[in-house]
Design a protein around this ligand. Structure first.
Ligand code: HEC
Ligand code: HEC
Ligand code: HEC
Ligand code: HEC
Ligand code: HEC
Ligand code: HEC
Ligand code: HEC
Length: 403
């Protein structure tokens, strides 16, 4: 009997071991042999994985297959009219999706959705041409539940020549390798529009994955597979050991705008690194700079008294890094109250909202929604620019907001 159990155990272990080995042999991460890939984390970190796989971070870019693409392709709202002769139609043909140009009712060109950027407020897409990606002229916006011009695109003619450069992927993906073809020879200026990247399609790791935030984890995985009894993390940076600025930098890498002068690629950043080695700041954080609500949560937050005077507020104070921003605004009020116990509003404020209601609506008044100055779009047949609205992270007293 004992022998049988022993044999069975050995067999089970052997199978487990073999299948684990197979997995790590099968998967080769485009970033190199230091990386294990997110699939390998699930077996030991089920909670974090199940959350993160559903998050906007993981979907910051994805292949434009059916199911990943937002918007209407076949009923009412799938046409963008440029003028009486020219229109663009979002069409599903077989398993592929296209933006098709029609002139006087005749199809003149079609561009395939290949990669999508974003899910939450808006989604923009790119097509491939000569080893590069180009933005499609029409994007989907959830605020209007409809298609409209991609930010900065004209509404009077379809435009297909805006290259989506590696920089976009450095905030929206976990890897992309490219070769730089510098057409103006000696010019090494990163901002130069003459620099053309040749992107290697096979090297894309879509979305912001586990190792984009945690750094390469192959050694960590191998260690814990070999030492299942060790419960203390090995060969991985612990956020708990980082100082406040390092924690902030790990998010500010992508949430602090794009004004700084690049010194190193964002892809090289690992938790614990200092952002000042990646960018030379061109704008200082002082109270008068108006940072955009789009893409600059860090600098806006850094202008708040809560941030300056508490010396402990960071992004994790309010966000679980593995989950989307909570839609339950009352849950944030509890976090506010953890620092603002005993708070008393003035009578005039209490007149605008009963105290009980006020207690669960801190965010509505102190982090109001604001229009982005950087992102605007136009609807079909409209001359007007529509606003792109996000919540500001500059926590403060906003007089006009009390409804
Ligand atoms: C074979 C099991 C195993 C696998 C696979 C595994 N880990 Fe872990 N990991 C552990 C153990 C054990 C700990 C320590 C206990 C804990 O924090 O859960 C840990 C801890 C961590 C921590 C917390 C470190 C700290 O001290 O704050 C991070 C981050 C982490 N792992 C990331 C990953 C990532 C990313 C992957 C996939 C690339 C991964 N792990 C795959 C076993 C594993
Ligand atoms: C957007 C960046 C980001 C992504 C993506 C991410 N993590 Fe984390 N993770 C963090 C941060 C920051 C912490 C520290 C949280 C804290 O201190 O409260 C953390 C903490 C952890 C921990 C420690 C336990 C805990 O929950 O605090 C584990 C384990 C972990 N992450 C695993 C993973 C795995 C597995 C994935 C992919 C499925 C992943 N993380 C994706 C940023 C990220
Ligand atoms: C590599 C770039 C990158 C890093 C690092 C990063 N983010 Fe993000 N984050 C993004 C992008 C891009 C989006 C928008 C994704 C989308 O909606 O497509 C995003 C979205 C978010 C959202 C909104 C998600 C939602 O749908 O509600 C939150 C909250 C967030 N990030 C917090 C964090 C925090 C906290 C950290 C640090 C622990 C962090 N991010 C690190 C790039 C990054
Ligand atoms: C500096 C980092 C950064 C760069 C560079 C960047 N983005 Fe983003 N992007 C973000 C962050 C962070 C968000 C989400 C939060 C926000 O809007 O503030 C976002 C949001 C988006 C969204 C809306 C996502 C959603 O779910 O609502 C789209 C679409 C998008 N970006 C496309 C692009 C494209 C295309 C480029 C290149 C032309 C680009 N981004 C460059 C950081 C970046
Ligand atoms: C980590 C602690 C902390 C958290 C969390 C926090 N605050 Fe604060 N907040 C502070 C400190 C400290 C001050 C400065 C108080 C002072 O000046 O005496 C402050 C100041 C303020 C002010 C005055 C701002 C001004 O410009 O005069 C407002 C309003 C405010 N907080 C609202 C909020 C709201 C709303 C939340 C939640 C979304 C929040 N705080 C979360 C610590 C915090
Ligand atoms: C005091 C709490 C607080 C802190 C600290 C905080 N956030 Fe937020 N964040 C929020 C709230 C509230 C929302 C809005 C949720 C909503 O409206 O659905 C939000 C939303 C977001 C979004 C989604 C934008 C949108 O409008 O959909 C991003 C991205 C984000 N936060 C990133 C960050 C980053 C990066 C940091 C650190 C630099 C950070 N947050 C720090 C409270 C906070
Ligand atoms: C109806 C809008 C509204 C809501 C909801 C609201 N506030 Fe205020 N808050 C104000 C206004 C207006 C002021 C400035 C006048 C005053 O103090 O009453 C203010 C002032 C403050 C101050 C600064 C007080 C000082 O002495 O400088 C803090 C801190 C603050 N609020 C925190 C919060 C927190 C935390 C919540 C949620 C529990 C909250 N507020 C909910 C409108 C609001």
């Amino acid at each position: 009997m004992k022998k049988a159990v022993f044999l069975l155990t050995i067999t089970v272990l052997a199978i487990l071991f073999a299948s684990c080995n197979n997995k790590s042999e099968e998967y080769i991460d485009p970033r190199g042999t230091d990386y294990a890939g997110s699939e390998s984390c699930i077996q030991c970190h089920k909670v974090q994985s199940e959350m993160a796989f559903q998050s906007s971070h993981f979907k910051a870019t994805s292949p434009a297959i059916l199911g990943n693409v937002s918007g209407d392709f076949d009923s009412k709202n799938h046409t963008f009219i440029y003028d009486k002769d020219t229109k663009l139609v979002m069409e599903k043909r077989g398993d592929s999706l296209y933006q098709v140009v029609y002139k006087n009712g005749k199809e003149t060109a079609k561009y395939k959705f290949e990669i999508v950027f974003g899910t939450k407020h808006a989604q923009t897409s790119v097509y491939w041409k000569d080893n590069n990606t180009y933005e499609l002229p029409v994007s989907f916006y959830h605020s209007i539940n409809n298609w409209a011009t991609s930010p900065g695109f004209p509404a009077d003619k379809p435009y297909f020549d805006r290259m989506v450069v590696k920089d976009c992927y450095s905030c929206h993906s976990s890897n992309i390798s490219s070769r730089t073809v510098d057409q103006s020879s000696a010019n090494k200026n990163f901002m130069s529009m003459d620099v053309e990247d040749i992107i290697n399609k096979k090297t894309i790791v879509y979305g912001i994955d586990c190792e984009r935030c945690h750094g390469p984890a192959k050694k960590h995985v191998e260690f814990h597979l070999k030492n299942p009894n060790v419960k203390v993390a090995n060969s991985i940076t612990s956020f708990k050991t980082l100082n406040r600025q390092q924690k902030l930098d790990a998010c500010a890498l992508c949430h602090a705008g794009n004004d700084g002068m690049k010194l190193k690629s964002r892809f090289e950043f690992k938790p614990g690194d200092n952002l000042s080695e990646f960018f030379r700041e061109t704008k200082s954080i002082n109270d008068t700079t108006n940072f955009d609500v789009h893409g600059n949560q860090y600098r806006l937050m850094a202008q708040s008294k809560c941030f300056i005077k508490s010396d402990k507020m960071d992004c994790i104070t309010c966000h679980n890094p593995h989950e989307n921003a909570s839609k339950n605004l009352a849950s944030y009020s509890k976090i506010c109250m953890s620092c603002h116990e005993g708070l008393k509003h003035k009578e005039t404020t209490l007149k605008t909202m009963p105290e009980k209601l006020l207690a669960s609506n801190c965010v509505e008044c102190h982090m109001p929604k604001k229009a982005s100055g950087a992102i605007k779009f136009q609807l079909s047949n409209s001359k007007q620019l529509s606003e792109y609205i996000l919540r500001t992270h500059k926590i403060g007293v906003y007089p006009t907001n009390a409804k």
